[in-house]
Design a protein around this ligand. Structure first.
Ligand code: SF4
Ligand code: SF4
Length: 426
């Protein structure tokens, strides 16, 4: 990293020694996990570049945008509508993190039995090692699971720009009204922050931009249905992860470029894994950078991941917003309609998620499902039991994994995943 970046990080008030340590972990994980793959599409070079500059050039771009008057908004959940942020001429960045940091300090503020995702978010703030967090003009928390909603009460003491969005937990008429009311409140808050009044034109353009991004990801997902599979699960996950940081238009173009290449590969019957490789669907908690432990284990065990039922995956990206609205209210209705379909495990009942998993198994021709649950994540761990039961009734093998961000259970996970892959192969 250049000296320019070090002074940039220092100006953001970051802890440079801690940040060096984090970059070391990130770089090593990337080297070991991504660059070990032998067959990768050429188009992945763009995503490798983004990852290599994730705390460098991308932050500089954001700071240049800020200098020109644009605001940066950080979020921890796919319920925060990027359409509203873009329409007010601001940029939305995903803040979820996938590595342990400053655990001892975090456990002075949060119980030990809090999920790794929440602890990691706190660790990155306490350690001052995340340039996205440090450059955000507004940080949006949301009342989803109990862990998050209580944790934001403490996070509010660590940051002075926290905005908390209330979210429904039931897919009822009242729930939908709450989501609409909260999106209207958020629209006002974003307009106040930016000083930009959202217009029908700016909202229409923002909907198109976000739809184009999701449509590109849908195109990539559709190509993963082919056999042999043209892209590894690790690489597909990386593209999804990059969508939370990157400039939306550039991201869309890069995903479409890689799709062109993969379409040609499929036409030439070229895959990254041989035909007949066991196909796995991952379902469950989101996998934020650099939490690549499980996909690496699966794909080193001789299987290929063909889909992610996850917020860093199809739960977060499926469904486009209808573009036919003419007024701001019609467009907001369409946005509410789209987001209200997100089947996060915080909802009760949540039959839609089960149906979605079954649909994905069929669509991606998965031979088995691995349910990925973060330790202490009650919503997803509880749902993993009915998911397993429903899949068993369909004769689809399911492996329920409960893990965290540490590497201590690598050996045990490897043994279980290898046995599972053997089971679905025989
Ligand atoms: S799993 Fe639920 S709380 Fe987490 S990002 Fe997804 S929608 Fe938000
Ligand atoms: S992983 Fe589970 S417990 Fe953790 S923030 Fe997400 S929903 Fe909440």
């Amino acid at each position: 990293m250049s000296e320019d970046y070090r002074s940039m990080w220092a100006e953001l008030g970051m802890d440079l020694a801690g940040h060096d340590a984090l970059l070391g972990v990130l770089g090593k994980a990337y080297q070991d996990i991504y660059l070990f793959q032998k067959e990768r599409p050429e188009g992945m070079a763009y995503f490798d570049f983004v990852m290599s500059e994730v705390h460098g050039l991308r932050i500089k771009e954001l700071l240049d945008e800020k200098a020109a008057g644009r605001k940066i908004i950080g979020s921890y959940c796919v319920f925060v509508p990027e359409e509203i942020v873009l329409a007010a001429n601001a940029t939305l960045i995903g803040l979820c993190s996938g590595a342990d940091f400053a655990t001892e300090e975090v456990e002075k503020l949060l119980p030990r039995n809090t999920c790794a995702l929440i602890k990691s978010a706190f660790g990155f703030k306490i350690g001052k090692v995340c340039p996205y967090l440090e450059s955000a003009d507004m940080i949006v928390g949301e009342n989803t699971c109990d862990g998050k909603k209580k944790a934001y009460e403490s996070l509010g003491d660590l940051v002075d720009n926290l905005y908390v969005m209330d979210l429904p937990q039931v897919k009822s008429i009242n729930g939908r009204q709450l989501l609409k009311a909260e999106y209207l409140r958020f629209k006002t808050a974003v307009e106040d922050l930016t000083g930009v009044a959202i217009t029908a034109d700016s909202l229409r353009q923002a909907i198109r931009t976000v739809n184009a991004k999701r449509a590109a990801i849908h195109r990539l997902c559709a190509l993963r249905k082919a056999s042999p599979t043209p892209i590894s699960g690790l690489d597909a996950l990386l593209t999804n992860q990059v969508s939370f940081y990157d400039n939306p238009a550039r991201f869309t173009a890069s995903v479409n470029t890689i799709c062109d290449e993969l379409e040609q590969g499929i036409a030439d019957n070229i895959g990254v894994f041989p035909a007949g490789t066991p196909r796995i669907l991952i379902a469950g908690c989101p996998q934020a950078v650099p939490n690549w432990k499980l996909p690496m284990i699966v794909e080193s065990a001789g299987a290929v991941i063909v889909g992610e039922e996850s917020c860093v995956g199809e739960r977060g990206t499926r469904n486009l917003t209808v573009e036919s609205g003419q007024t701001i209210d019609e467009m907001l209705e369409a946005i509410v309609e789209r987001y209200f379909q997100v089947d996060c495990a915080i909802f009760t009942p949540n039959q839609e998620r089960l149906i979605h998993i079954e649909e994905m198994v069929a669509a991606y021709k998965a031979d088995g499902v691995i349910h990925y649950g973060l330790q202490f994540c009650q919503p997803y761990l509880m749902e993993s039991i009915p998911v397993e039961k429903a899949l068993e009734e369909m004769n689809i093998p399911c492996l329920r994994i409960e893990t965290d961000y540490s590497m201590e259970d690598m050996g045990q996970l490897k043994t279980r995943v290898e046995a599972f892959v053997e089971q679905i192969t025989s």
